[in-house]
Each structure stands twice: as structure tokens, then as C-alpha cells.
Design a protein around this ligand. Structure first.
Ligand code: ADP
Ligand code: ZN
Length: 970
């Protein structure tokens, strides 16, 4: 039987679908086997003609005689003029409502129309009506009602259609009217049974749908399109990247994706979490002529993304089931008025006819499908609604489609492409490696103790501890809370309100530790999650990779630790054995791969990436195996040297070649250096630990790796995009054997920034976030704050040069943050440290030099000996002493007793040295050395001078002052 679909009404999660047969009979489609609330019938749309297999419904209750049972259906075509066809096929009632339903309608005092069982049952429950007066929407009613005007206050029908409600339905509009099911108020059981009158849809003025030819279906979207047009917008795209988003360079693959979208070529983007997928559609959205719709299954995330866009002064809106009707209308109005450029929608909302209508009116230019793996049954998170995106594609063939996901096996990728009609060449895949995640595994012996030690290393940071069971979550959370850790639990056993609250706090606060089952994390966009601890062995590497992927989205280092236990593996195997036979072998194999990773002898990244089909050459330098030296790595971390080098290139104006850069780094005072004032740069002399030869080798490698580009005519070096990434946290490695002797291997040093200032900036961000009711990371990412603390911008212009600062953020927050930076600089200046000069660049210098010494000073304070430090940093004992002294000179504290304990000088020889310090002053050791006839080594002298300085500092510091008698006594 052929049926023209004429109405679709809301009914639970499913749809009530009305049709007209081509013989002119009204039918209501009941889907065989579907229960009320199932998503049955959603694919049927008003205006479509379907061929259906059906039989009469055996359970017909008059007046609902139109029901037919549908077994299967096939869409034939879509018609332009459904209203016209209905008028031809069906008789309609003209005039007022009285003759509707055989004249059996009655009105409640409110005007609400119904029929009562007692007074007679009409022959049918659906009909078409063309009113002779306009119907107005009742505004104060809880449900939407339309009122036909009469002298006694009017007659109303409840609106149950899927269409977007209008304020007034003009007279002469074709309406479909139906009767609801039999009903009586539950609190009045004696009352008569009634069927209320409903308005289930209308046919306002008909307008052709794009792409619909009369009598034919839509053109299939797979048809080849015209050759991609040249893209004039690309230059603008690059400008907008900075202006709006604040970024100087595209991340890997972003450029390729943006180009394709602007060329209107459908694309599948596969990038790891943190790979910058959102920008791939957000940027083109600003340039495309029309609306960009982003389909996302994560309702919590939509609001977050929209906030984020508002922060960038990009107009965006979202539609999902969390909106009240009023909010829905206001969002829809924004979209229709062309104010919003980007609209986020949940898939089920997108499929509602009124949403589709809205998109038609707003000229859909780009359909972005986020979490695109949800479309595939083979994906780990299949969502049936996603399947229907196929039809949305058909309905909007001119909109370019971009699908994005972080996880997709080859099979899932093929599925996504097939369903969305994306050509194989349209697949763009980035590396799955996340170099900023440090990967560690420990055998779980004392789980709680290991957890506490790990957390202690991350105090003040946000992170997640994953446990395998709810019980374990509750226990561990309680243990941690008892020790005053800011923990929150999360698992499916908590009520939804607690879950929502805990998740919100985690997102908003910067230091919360979430103890959770794997139920937590999907859709968490928080960019500054700094660690992930797995208390139990995960079932497979997919899950594990997804969970650790939630850390370090901002690209700054993040720490992942897995507590491995064979007992967990036994438990998982038991589950697998109890599970479905068909899945057993696959699950077992995945568990085995997980165990192999946990017990890997070499670099952890090799098996991890291999699992995702990616080869990783050599050791990564960022896992526990590599750091312990058994990663069989041939890579050595030279990040610190690279940062100094790049900073030097930057601060000398990107115009000098390697020779001059090396001169400055090694502290040359040659005329060439002095004449340009390069001796006053903070990086002047910070690279003395390497010889000229070693620096040359490094420079060569930096050029080879594309960190700097050399001008072919003049030889000057310029920073590349990757250089900026390195300055902001990305690490640099060179082949073993090519690293300079003094280089620290497996270092975990932080980016060269002022950590004190970083804290102040974080505080400022917190304050602004609280004022705006936003998560802190939405204002600026940690990475952007780190860059501020490193580059110390003083003017609006310098502030705008920071990666992550665009024009909107400069306008909103620039002054606030600049104030913090200036005040901090001023306090450093007046802080009275001997080495601070008056020049603008001095504070930076102090910080760069101090950074390493601070680290060493702190390590010494917490118990490492000088010899241990020398071994750890791969430098001489004397160098450590220099750092310790620098630490004291710049205001740091050291335990004087421990300093003295490190002295090998017999007690009786110490007093003469101290006497000479008093005579000659502390500036130079040489006169003291000379006067003692060379009997006391320089290192010993320096050690005593440190101790002496501690004593001097002690006059400002009561605990150190206590050690003063010790000194005097000798
Ligand atoms: P994904 O969705 O792939 O997980 P996001 O879109 O959330 O990644 O981006 C991850 C982080 O990278 C965000 O903090 C974002 O601001 C940042 N980012 C995106 N593009 C760039 C870029 N071109 N340069 C620097 N940072 C970027
Ligand atoms: Zn490694």
C-alpha cells in the first residue's frame, strides 16, 4: 500500500505517524513489535510517500479505526506539495469546529474540545479541517493550545505536532485534527470517558524543498560533485585562526581539514583526544555561507562548547532535550535570524521535523558529526539515532559533511564513510601518539600507599583515579577523603543528581581528584586534567587509551600511572568466561594485549601504538621504561637546550645564524654581542654547559627537525610552528650518540616559566571564572597561562602574541592578566636581590637562571645529597654547588646544618676560611684560595660560602638564625 505521510505527533520517545492512502483513506501507522516509547517510526516524515506492508490492527477501538499494523516500509519519494495532494484526495471540513467529528464535539468551560463516550462515538478519529478564522496560540497554557475564536471565549485544541509552533495559524490553512485516546481524570473515577481533540499538524504555505524535483526523490548524495572550487577563504582562515581563536599555527592536520571543508569536500577526521578536532569545523563555520550544525551525543559538552565559543565572541547555540520549550524557541529564533553561525544539536533533536525545517530555512552549509564512531555498530558506542544521519545527508545534499572521531578501527572508519557517503580519499588521520602523556606502570602492592604517593606528586592538580568497581570507588574515595584530599566519587550507583554535581565540580575546580568507575569521563572537555591513575587493570587497551586520553588535552605534560595486578586479570578472565561465547576469544585477546602492555620490558609506547596500527620508532623518553634507561631507546631528551636555543633565536629578533646564537648562549662578551645588547638578554650565558661543538651539533638537529628554518640567503634562523609548541611544553629528542655530554636524560623539567607567576595567573583565572560562572579552563588553558608566565607580556600587543589569546579574549581579560604580570614584575624588582638590574628584561633573566637552581635547591632541601644531585643531573659536584649558591643568593632557603654536614673539611680548618670571607668579602673565592696556599679546594670553599650565606640569610629567617651560634663557635 502506498501512503503519503501527513502528520507526525509526539508520543513518548516515539512518533505517532498519520498518513493518507492514495485511495483517499486516512490511516494511522502502528509499528508491529514496537512498544510505546520505542523510537519507532522516526524515519517517516511528513511529505514523504512510503510503500508499506501492513495489515489491519486487530485491536481497533472506535473511534480510533484508522490504525494499521506496519511490518515494513520503503521510502519512495518526497512530494513538494503535500497540502495540495491532501486537498485533492480527502474531503475537508470547512468553517468552524462545530461540524468536526460528526458534530459530537463538546467544550469544557476553558474552551477545550472533547467528545464524551455517553453522547456518541464518531465514525473516525482523524480528519482535515480548513478553519474560516485564524487560530491563535494560547500563551498561558502549560501545554500548547490553539484557540478558534467564538463569542463565548473560543474553542481550543491541544497541539501535538512535531512542527515548530507558530503564533497564529491563518484562516484557510489545511489542518489535521485528531482525537486522543480514551481518558478520564484518575482522581475522578466516576467521570465519563473522553477523547480530547488535538491539532496534529498543518500545511502552511508550501514551498519547494531544496533538491526535491517534483515527483522524484532527492538526488543521492553520493553523486559526484563538481571539482572543488579554489578557496579564496584560506588566507582569511589563517587570519581568523589568530584573530578569533588566538592560535599562531594550525595543529597537525587541521589545515588539511579546514581546506577540504572550505572546498566543500566531505571529510572524515581521525585525531586523538586533544588533537584539536573542534577547530576543524569551528573555523570554517565562520567562513561558510550558511549554518554549521554540529551533531554531538554529549549534551553536557554542548553547553561547554557554546560557552567556549561565546568567550571567543562567536555566536553559537544548542538544541537538545535539556532545553525548556521557551529556551528551545529562543535558540531556534537565533538560528533562524542568522545570528548563530554554529548550532550544536543532539541527534534525536536533529531528526525532529521542526529542526529539519529550521535547517532548511537557515541554509545548512556544513554538517559536522562529532563522535562519529557512534554511527557504527562496530564502534564501542553505537547510537541508533546516528544511523539516521544518512537521511539528513540526503535531505541536505549541498551541505558539506565532516565526521570526527578519536577512536576508530579500520572497520568503523569504513562504516562511517559508507553511511555518510565520504570518499576514501577524504579520510584524514593524525598520529595517535600523545607525547605529553607520561606512561607508567607499577605492580600494585600497597594500592592505597601507592595512590597517596602518586597524588602527593600532583597536589593542587585535577585528575582522575579509575577503579573497576563501585565498591572500590567508595572505599578509596573515603580513604582519601579521610586524609583531606579533595576527592569526589562517581559511579553509576550514585543518583543522577550527585553524579551531575560531582561532574560539575570536577569541571569547574582545578584541584579535584575524581575517584570513579569508567562510567566517568565521556564528554569531559576539561583541558587541564593533569593525571590519570588506574587503580585496576583495564580490560583492554582501547578503554585504557581512551581513559588516559582525558589527561593533558592542553598539550602540557600529564602523568598516567597504572597499578597492575595479576589478580585483576584473573577477575576479568572470570567475567569473560561468564560472558557470551561469541565474544570470548576477542575479549581474551584484548585482555592479553593489555597485560602485554603492562608487563612490557621496553618502551611502553611501542606496544601501545602498535595496537592502534601505528609504528613508533625507538624509545619515547616519556615512559617509565625509557626513563629507567631500559626502554632501549635511542632517543635523548634535549628539551631544555632546545628551549634555550629557541628563546635565544626569538629574543635576538629571528635574524641571526647559529654561530651568533651559540655565542650568546655561551655568554660571549665579544664586541658583536655587546654592540647589540645581547649580553643583557635573559638567555645570555645560560648554555655554558655545552661546548661550541656540542651546540653546533644540536643546532643542526634543531634545523633538521624543523624547529627553526634557516634563511637560505642570509643564514638567519626563524622559529617554526613546532618551535612554539616546544616553548610551551612539547619535548624534543635527538638520537642517542648525538646528544651533548652534559644533557640530562629522561628529564621531567617543566617549561621554562616562572612558576610563582603561573600560580598568580591561575588565581586570577579562578577569580574571573567564578565571576562569570564558567569553568576556569574556558577562560584560558593552562598552556596559555604557562606561555604568559614565560614570555611576560607587558603590552596589549605582546599579550595578543601569546598563543591562545585572540581579540575577544584580549578585550575581555587582557588588562586583568597584564596587571598581574606587571605587578609581579615590579615586586620582583623591589625584592632586593643582588643580581637584579634595572633593565626591562632582567626579571626574565633572573627567572631563567633561577629555575634550575630552584629545582636543585628544593631537591636538596627534601633530602637529596649533593652527590646524588650531581649524578641525577649528570653534572659535576661543583655545578650543583653553584646552583645551590645561586638559590640562596636569590632568596631561596637551605638547611644550613645539612650544608655544613656536606663539608669534608676538618672542623678546625673552617674558622680560618670564614675569617677570610669576612676580610675579602664574598664576591670572589680566588683571594681566599690564594691566601690558604691552595690547601682548600674550590668546592670546599664554595660550600662554606654557601653556609656562610645561609647564616646571613638567617638574620632574616628565624630557623636559620638558630644555626648561627654554630658558626660563631668555630
Ligand atoms: P579534541 O576535540 O580533538 O579532543 P579540542 O578541540 O578539544 O581537541 O582541542 C584540544 C586543545 O587544543 C584545546 O585546548 C584547543 O584550544 C587547543 N587547540 C586547538 N587548535 C589549536 C591550535 N591550532 N594551536 C594551539 N592549540 C590549539
Ligand atoms: Zn618510552
Amino acid at each position: 500500500m502506498r501512503v503519503l505521510i501527513v502528520a507526525k505527533t509526539r508520543r513518548g520517545g516515539g512518533a505517532c505517524v498519520g498518513g493518507v492512502t492514495l485511495e483517499g483513506r486516512s490511516v494511522r501507522l502502528v509499528f508491529a513489535g514496537a512498544l510505546a516509547g520505542d523510537h519507532a517510526g522516526l524515519e517517516y516524515e511528513v511529505g514523504e510517500v512510503w510503500e508499506i506492508e501492513s495489515s489491519p490492527d486487530p485491536h481497533i477501538v472506535p473511534p480510533h479505526v484508522e490504525n494499521i499494523l506496519v511490518y515494513s516500509g520503503r521510502r519512495l519519494k518526497r512530494v513538494r506539495d503535500a497540502g495540495e495532494i491532501i486537498r485533492r484526495l480527502m474531503p475537508s471540513v470547512m468553517g468552524g469546529p462545530d461540524p468536526l467529528f460528526d458534530g459530537l464535539l463538546q467544550a469544557l468551560p476553558s474552551g477545550c474540545l472533547y467528545i464524551a463516550e455517553r453522547t456518541g462515538i464518531p465514525s473516525r478519529s482523524t480528519l482535515f479541517w480548513v478553519p474560516d478564522q485564524p487560530l491563535e496560540r494560547d500563551t498561558d497554557a502549560r501545554r500548547i493550545r490553539y484557540r478558534y475564536p467564538t463569542e463565548d471565549g473560543g474553542r481550543t485544541l491541544t497541539f501535538v505536532g512535531f512542527q515548530e509552533p507558530v503564533e497564529v495559524i491563518p484562516a484557510g490553512t489545511l489542518l489535521r485534527v485528531s482525537l486522543a485516546h480514551w481518558w478520564r481524570p484518575p482522581e475522578r473515577p466516576d467521570e465519563e470517558l473522553r477523547c480530547h481533540g488535538q491539532l496534529s499538524g498543518w500545511f502552511l504555505e508550501e514551498k519547494p524543498l531544496p533538491g526535491a524535483a517534483p515527483g522524484s526523490g532527492h538526488q543521492p548524495f553520493q553523486q559526484p560533485r563538481a571539482e572543488p572550487a579554489p578557496v579564496p577563504e584560506l588566507a582569511t582562515a589563517r587570519a581568523l585562526l589568530k584573530q578569533v581563536f588566538g592560535f599562531a599555527e594550525f595543529l597537525p592536520q587541521q589545515h588539511a581539514v579546514v581546506t577540504r571543508i572550505l572546498q566543500r569536500r566531505d571529510t572524515l577526521v581521525i585525531l586523538p583526544t586533544g588533537g584539536g578536532k573542534s577547530l576543524c569545523y569551528q573555523l570554517p563555520a565562520l567562513l561558510l555561507d550558511g549554518l554549521t550544525v554540529v551533531v554531538s551525543p554529549l549534551i553536557a559538552l554542548m553547553q561547554d562548547q557554546v560557552h567556549q565559543l561565546h568567550e571567543l565572541a562567536v555566536r553559537a547555540a544548542f538544541l537538545n532535550s535539556s532545553l525548556s520549550h521557551r529556551e528551545y524557541l529562543s535558540a531556534a529564533r537565533n538560528v533562524r535570524g542568522g545570528e548563530a553561525r554554529i548550532l550544536y544539536v543532539a541527534p534525536e533533536t536533529l531528526l525532529r521535523p521542526e529542526t529539519l525545517l529550521l535547517l532548511e530555512e537557515s541554509r545548512l552549509a556544513c554538517l559536522a558529526v562529532d563522535e562519529a564512531h557512534c554511527i557504527s555498530e562496530w564502534g564501542h558506542d553505537f547510537r541508533p539515532e546516528y544511523r539516521q544521519l544518512e537521511q539528513v545527508r540526503q535531505r541536505f545534499p549541498e551541505a558539506v559533511c565532516v565526521a570526527l572521531t578519536a577512536t576508530a578501527t579500520p572497520r568503523v572508519r569504513r562504516d562511517i564513510r559508507r553511511l555518510l557517503g565520504i570518499e576514501a580519499a577524504g579520510e584524514i588521520t593524525g598520529s595517535f601518539n600523545r607525547p605529553n602523556l607520561f606512561l607508567g606502570v607499577q605492580a600494585r602492592s600497597d594500592g592505597l600507599g601507592q595512590t597517596l604517593t602518586f597524588l602527593e606528586q600532583h597536589r593542587g592538580q585535577a585528575g582522575i583515579v579509575y577503579c573497576s568497581t563501585r565498591k572500590q570507588v567508595d572505599q578509596l574515595a573515603a580513604e582519601l577523603a579521610a586524609r583531606d584530599w579533595p576527592v569526589l566519587p562517581y559511579h553509576a550507583g550514585l543518583d543522577s543528581e550527585s553524579r551531575r554535581r560531582n561532574q560539575e565540580r570536577f569541571i569547574h575546580d582545578d584541584d579535584v581528584v575524581m575517584v570513579a568507575t569508567i562510567a566517568f569521563g565521556m564528554g569531559i572537555n576539561k583541558s587541564n586534567v593533569r593525571f590519570i591513575l588506574h587503580y585496576n587493570l583495564p580490560r583492554d587497551l582501547e578503554g585504557y587509551y581512551q581513559e588516559i586520553g582525558r589527561a593533558g588535552r592542553d598539550g602540557l605534560p600529564a602523568d598516567c600511572l597504572l597499578l597492575h595486578s595479576r589478580a585483576d586479570a584473573v577477575t576479568i578472565r572470570r567475567f569473560i568466561d561468564q560472558g557470551a561465547d561469541s565474544e570470548r576469544s576477542g575479549r581474551q585477546a584484548r585482555l592479553e594485549a593489555m597485560i602485554r602492555y603492562a608487563e612490557a620490558a621496553g618502551c611502553r609506547r611501542i606496544p601501545l601504538l602498535a595496537y592502534f596500527g601505528e609504528a613508533h620508532e625507538g624509545g619515547c623518553g616519556q615512559c617509565d621504561r625509557c626513563r629507567a634507561g631500559d626502554g632501549r631507546t635511542d632517543q635523548v631528551d634535549v628539551t631544555e637546550a632546545a628551549r634555550n636555543f629557541l628563546t635565544c633565536v626569538e629574543r635576538t629578533g629571528e635574524s641571526f645564524g647559529p654561530v651568533r646564537i651559540i655565542d650568546v648562549l655561551r655568554g660571549s662578551r665579544s664586541q658583536r654581542v655587546l654592540s647589540r645588547g645581547h649580553d643583557r638578554l635573559p638567555v645570555h650565558g645560560v648554555g655554558r654547559e655545552f661546548s661550541v661543538r656540542e651546540w653546533r651539533e644540536l643546532a643542526k638537529q634543531f634545523i633538521e627537525q624543523g624547529l627553526v628554518k634557516q634563511d637560505l640567503e642570509f643564514g638567519g634562523l626563524r622559529l617554526s610552528g613546532r618551535a612554539r609548541a616546544v616553548l610551551n611544553g612539547e619535548r624534543v629528542f635527538v638520537r642517542r650518540g648525538r646528544e651533548p655530554a652534559g644533557v640530562r636524560t629522561g628529564s621531567d623539567s617543566q617549561a621554562t616559566h616562572d612558576s610563582g607567576l603561573f600560580e598568580l595567573l591561575r588565581r586570577k583565572r579562578r577569580e574571573l571564572a567564578d565571576q562569570g560562572g564558567l569553568p576556569a579552563y574556558i577562560i584560558f588553558s593552562d598552556r596559555t597561562l604557562v606561555e604568559m608566565a614565560r614570555r611576560l607580556p607587558r603590552t596589549a600587543e605582546e599579550f595578543l602574541a601569546i598563543n591562545g589569546v585572540g581579540e575577544a579574549r584580549l578585550a575581555n581579560y587582557g588588562e586583568g592578566f597584564l596587571e598581574v604580570i606587571r605587578a609581579h614584575g615590579a615586586s620582583r624588582h623591589s625584592g632586593g636581590s643582588a643580581t637584579v638590574g634595572g633593565s626591562e628584561t632582567q626579571p626574565t633573566r633572573l627567572k631563567t637562571v633561577r629555575r634550575r637552581c630552584e629545582e636543585i635547591g628544593e631537591a636538596f632541601t627534601v633530602g637529596e645529597t649533593i652527590d646524588q644531585l650531581a649524578a641525577r643531573f649528570g653534572v659535576k659536584r661543583g655545578t650543583i654547588l653553584q646552583h645551590l649558591e645561586q638559590h640562596v643568593v636569590s632568596g631561596g632557603r637551605l638547611d644550613a646544618g645539612r650544608v655544613l654536614a656536606a663539608s669534608a673539611l676538618p672542623v678546625e680548618q673552617r674558622a680560618p676560611v670564614l675569617a677570610l670571607f669576612k676580610r675579602h668579602g664574598l664576591d670572589r673565592l680566588a683571594p681566599v684560595f690564594e691566601e690558604l696556599g691552595g690547601r682548600v679546594a674550590y668546592d670546599e670553599l664554595r660550600l662554606l660560602r654557601i653556609w656562610f650565606r645561609c647564616g646571613e640569610a638567617g638574620s632574616r629567617n628565624s630557623t636559620l638564625a638558630k644555626s648561627r651560634p654554630l658558626i660563631e663557635g668555630m
